[in-house]
Design a protein around this ligand. Structure first.
Ligand SMILES: [Zn+2]
Length: 128
């Protein structure tokens, strides 16, 4: 009888431990934010990448129908903002500015406190 009680207690402990572990490893709803550019609407916006996903672009934009949003880059030389079609992870090394050919690029950023911004000028190009 005593032994049985111990086994029950042990099972309860194991279940409790499993519950705790699961609770801790439950993914946060969003892990990463990235600035994307909607090539149809010429808009930069912050995109929240769902946890635990390898995300493939283009992504759906909240500003236009369909998948028109690519990771946004900015040319440090001419200031052009453009999208880059990435299949899996960023491969920044081979990317060149579609306007001036510069390799001095950075990820585009939004003005402080803004969730989206218009890109003035020419329609945003996409580097494939
Ligand atoms: Zn450029």
């Amino acid at each position: 009888m005593k032994k049985k009680g111990m086994i029950v207690l042990l099972i309860v402990l194991i279940v409790a431990a499993m519950f705790l572990v699961r609770k801790q490893t439950r993914p946060v709803q969003y892990v990463r934010e990235r600035v994307l550019v909607d090539t149809q609407e010429n808009k930069l916006f912050i995109f929240k990448i769902p946890a635990g996903q390898i995300f493939e672009y283009p992504a759906e934009s909240p500003f236009s129908e369909g998948k028109n949003a690519y990771p946004a880059y900015e040319c440090m030389d001419c200031g052009a903002i453009f999208g880059v079609s990435e299949t899996t992870l960023p491969a920044d090394t081979d990317i060149k500015c579609p306007v001036c050919g510069s390799v001095m690029l950075s990820s585009a950023i939004l003005p402080e406190g803004q969730e989206s911004a218009d890109v003035p000028g020419e329609p945003v190009k996409v580097v494939k």
